[in-house]
Design a protein around this ligand. Sequence first.
Ligand code: UDP
Ligand code: MN
Length: 481
Amino acid sequence: MEKLKSGTLDGLHIRILICSLLYKDFLDYPKASIIIVFHNEAWSTLLRTLWSVINRSPKELIEEIILVDDASEREFLRKPLEEYLVKLPVKIKLIRSVSRIGLIKARLKGAEAASGEALTFLDAHCECTIGWLESLLAVIHKNKKTVACPVIDIIHDDTFAYIKSFELHWGAFNWNLQFRWYTLSTREMKRRKHDATQPFPSPAMAGGLFAIDRNYFFEIGSYDENMNVWGGENLEMSFRVWQCGGRIEIAPCSHVGHIFRKSSPYSFPGGITKTLFANLARVALVWLDEWSNFYFKYNEQARSMKEDQNVSSRMELKKRLKCRSFEWYLDNVWPQHFFPKDNRFFGRIKNIGEDRCLIKPERKGLTNQPMGVATLHRCVDEIIEEMFVMTSDGFIMTDDSVCLDAPEKPGIGPLRVRVIACSGFSRQKWEYDQNTQELKHTTNQKCLDIPLSKNISDGLIIADCDGKSSQKWDFQSVDWK
Ligand code: UDP
Ligand code: MN
């Protein structure tokens, strides 16, 4: 961490100071077993994780550190690691799996061996910062049925520098059930202005880094033991916890750095379809209700794994815990969601004059959300990129939480329409008139139109309504159930 210039406080140190008030009673908190699973992890990153836990957690709050080795092949992770661990000033349990069991079963092994009142999971390439553990345990201390997640900062993949990431994001997922960070809801933003240290609810968790009460972890069904290697378990847990009476919260005072690797350093035994997509098929079958059909419709790999899944024991768990529906989850936990619903339009938006469909912009680089000018393309039959949702409030949105957006005030030149992150603001509100087939921007009552140049890369505009066919749009509903 960078050094302070005398007499000044940078953002990080101000945060540490303010946050320390929040968990000043930390000695009352449950003690944690820190569980770190690894497969062929590098020596330096594993030790960086361990030492940051040791140096930056109050020793009164650490019951033990549990390392679960998921059948690593690297020699230095055998005897040299054992010899190193005995010298550490903290109680350490090292569990070895003889065969590769994947991170889900490895975490379960760690949880079963834990004696702390709380479990805290970490990946093996993290750096914990001051206050990270107290802030997580504070959440559990307050409500045992809450899963507490840190803000995940970035450790650079090449330089290993610690880079602070956004605090104003929460976790959710897209139509492919890929976990994504999206901008917080406006209501939550307003609340945070008042006190930015307060934990806030999140529809989903990233998966690798979280704390949970040990008894609650098992009561709520730990993990689906039929999931393999990697992936999907974080969404499975997110749906299960929310739908079955718990909560997921992000504690903004808890910051943990994590190396986001460009590519996976290990193999997926059986291939990615048999592992990740089988896991996701299980998530959809158990937790998505009618929306599972929507997922399978557009996800061929998951669909191909669907028939092989026996989810009866998870369905029994769901029944036993009297869990709520996915619809309840969407309406209550994530009202800003962009999934189709009965009271929303779902389908293609086609320009009548040009016979072309609106298309979602491409995702550029590593950004979470795609964005760009709103453009049309030749309609293809039912590809996911040409599917849009229109809500009853007038927002036209698509996968990854992007919305059709236009300026509200006149400017120089044409008023360009873009597809950008949904904001909930009036500049993203539209009205569709079934009779005239015009799509009007609500604020200024201008019509969605194709510019005269017809140059596709110029994108769409809003202009005075004139009844021309370039301003006529066909909303073609597509069945999603
Ligand atoms: N891991 C494991 N067994 C596996 C795959 C992963 O024990 O078969 C460990 C891995 O070493 C890491 C954690 O599980 O500590 C999470 O995996 P990873 O970091 O690759 O996931 P990501 O952070 O990329 O989602
Ligand atoms: Mn990781």
